[in-house]
Design a protein around this ligand. Structure first.
Ligand code: NDP
Length: 341
């Protein structure tokens, strides 16, 4: 049987908010696995906000996507052919592969997933890159102490909901900021956040935050930037910490956005703001995954995934990150495993 490899390529660089026209679905022959390589059938793929930055032709911590090339990102897949003795058909693996049905990778570039610990989707979410981003940003930079107040923006997304729950495990008061009533209800009722604010409907975010944080803000976990972050800055306590994780509110701006200058605020409160990329902590990923997995198995860390079906719906799922369609980690299901037990 001849199988075709459907792939989504970057057709043009987005200006502002990406559209369907920036992407194209094409078909190629299924690639061959050579010596030391495995052929992987995509089961789930991850769409992530950072991918928007890679669509610009700009120097960053990771090279830009190239026009007419497959969009690459996190994939959980099934080995369907192996020319690497460390892998066998049916193994479930995690890798930075792509928006396509089949990929070939060197065995050393993918990691086998232990399917007994949790559903395989979690290796792209709570037990994967987003969970690790939350874990290291909050614990290493945020240094939460019991009784402190933690504010997290983008609170109902993949990173944000893990941040809030770890902060609760550490005994903090947790206030989330997210863009819908349904999301905020979930944060408070299901995840135990102390309060959650809908930044889209509140008439004055600063006042709402001041009410929700009567003792000020000790940690602001910044996932979004822009005017939401401006509103938090005036509430910083002395020696506040700001893990600077993401700036999604700015990713689609076509002109540089100048907000209030916050350096004085950081100065007079002796606060620490620190940017980081999760890969800064790659030598500690094992520690992070095992702690996150322990909390998940104890029921102290819940996770939610927003799964759409079909490779053809990948672009819409990606665009939805910028309009807040997702509650929890956004994934695309491409296929069911066919070989694994
Ligand atoms: P999410 O699952 O949180 O999805 C993105 C969410 O951002 C949307 O659901 C939406 O929720 C919110 N959002 C979109 N546009 C805006 C806007 N203009 N203003 C405010 N909120 C907005 O994504 P992730 O959890 O994967 O990522 C969260 C952040 O962390 C991103 O900024 C990402 O780039 C960053 N990140 C950084 C990493 C690092 O290594 N530093 C690694 C991984 C992620 P809502 O309905 O609330 O608006």
């Amino acid at each position: 049987m001849t199988k075709a490899n459907q792939q989504i390529i970057l057709a043009s660089r987005p200006k502002g908010m990406p559209t369907d026209e920036n992407f194209r679905m094409i078909e190629q022959p299924v690639p061959q696995a050579n010596e030391g390589e495995v052929l992987i059938r995509t089961l789930y793929l991850s769409v992530d906000p950072y991918m928007r930055g890679r669509m610009n032709d700009r120097k960053s911590y990771i090279p830009p996507f190239q026009i007419n090339e497959v969009v690459t990102g996190g994939v959980v897949g099934e080995v369907i052919e192996s020319n690497d003795p460390d892998f066998k058909e049916g193994d479930i693996v995690l890798g930075t592969l792509g928006w396509q049905k089949y990929s070939v990778a060197k065995g050393k570039h993918v990691r086998k997933i232990n399917t007994d610990i949790a559903p395989i989707t979690t290796s792209l979410g709570v037990l994967g890159m987003p969970g690790l981003t939350a874990y290291f940003g909050l614990l290493d930079i945020g240094q939460p102490k019991a009784g402190e107040t933690v504010v997290v923006s983008g609170a109902a997304g993949a990173v944000g909901m893990v941040v809030g729950q770890i902060a609760k495990i550490k005994g903090c008061r947790v206030v989330g900021i997210a863009g819908s009533g349904e999301k905020n209800k979930y944060l408070v009722d299901d995840l135990g956040f102390d309060a959650a604010i809908n930044y889209k409907t509140t008439s004055n975010l600063k006042t709402a935050l001041a009410e929700a944080c009567p003792n000020g803000v000790d940690i602001y976990f910044d996932n979004v930037g822009g005017s939401i972050s401006d509103a938090v800055m005036s509430l910083l306590n002395n020696k506040a910490r700001i893990p600077l994780c993401g700036q999604i509110a700015l990713y689609n701006l076509e002109k540089v956005d100048t907000g209030p200058r916050i350096q004085s605020q950081l100065l007079v409160t002796s606060s620490l703001m620190k940017g980081y990329i999760v890969s800064d902590y790659s030598d500690r990923f094992g520690e992070g995954i095992s702690q996150l997995a322990e909390w998940v198995s104890e029921g102290r860390l819940k996770y939610k995934e927003n799964i759409v079906e079909g490779l053809e719906n990948t672009v819409n799922a990606f665009l939805g990150l910028f309009t807040g369609e997702n509650l929890g980690k956004q994934l695309v299901k491409v296929a069911d495993p066919s070989l694994s037990k």
